[in-house]
Design a protein around this ligand. Sequence first.
Ligand code: GDP
Length: 177
Amino acid sequence: ITQKEDFYVLLLGLDNAGKTTFLEATKTRFVNHYKGMHASKITTTVGLNIGQIEVDGIRLNFWDLGGQQELQSLWDKYYSECHGIIYVIDSNDRDRMEESKVVFDKMIKNDLLTDVPLLVLANKQDLPDVMGVREIKPVFQHAGILIGRRDCLTIPISALNGEGVHEGITWLVDAIK
Ligand code: GDP
């Protein structure tokens, strides 16, 4: 019996951005479409939003810290142990884009995350008249996050119908391994 290597991925973003939906979509896509993955498994605990995927002999553990912003003093513990970050944006919510950027900027400036690969998801692209990646990318992927040697990708996705989920996870796995 070989021991699987554990990697930890933080799933961040405002409430209602689609983090829970993304975890569910990941489960579906991995089982059905990602050939490199075997014995795929994801578990979600309502309230804690923890997910786990086994892929190519490694185990990706997702931590959703959303809704716990009042406990930010605890975030450093997660930051110091994480190997990847997924930041989820509701592309349909122009009213909260600035709020999301503030949370993002605060997170990204943390020294513990300087070299951690970052996947930014412009979610809810299935809805009409949403902000596209061209509009969103300059807001979040600005000069500040180029500090360090961080790998960074911003992509459009729909957690609801699964579009872009496979691409995002594949990129992150490659960046982490
Ligand atoms: P969380 O608070 O970040 O975990 O967000 P949820 O996953 O609970 O999603 C919040 C709401 O947005 C729910 O009503 C979801 O059905 C909806 N939602 C999430 N992802 C998408 C998406 O890609 N497209 C659309 N149209 N709705 C989505």
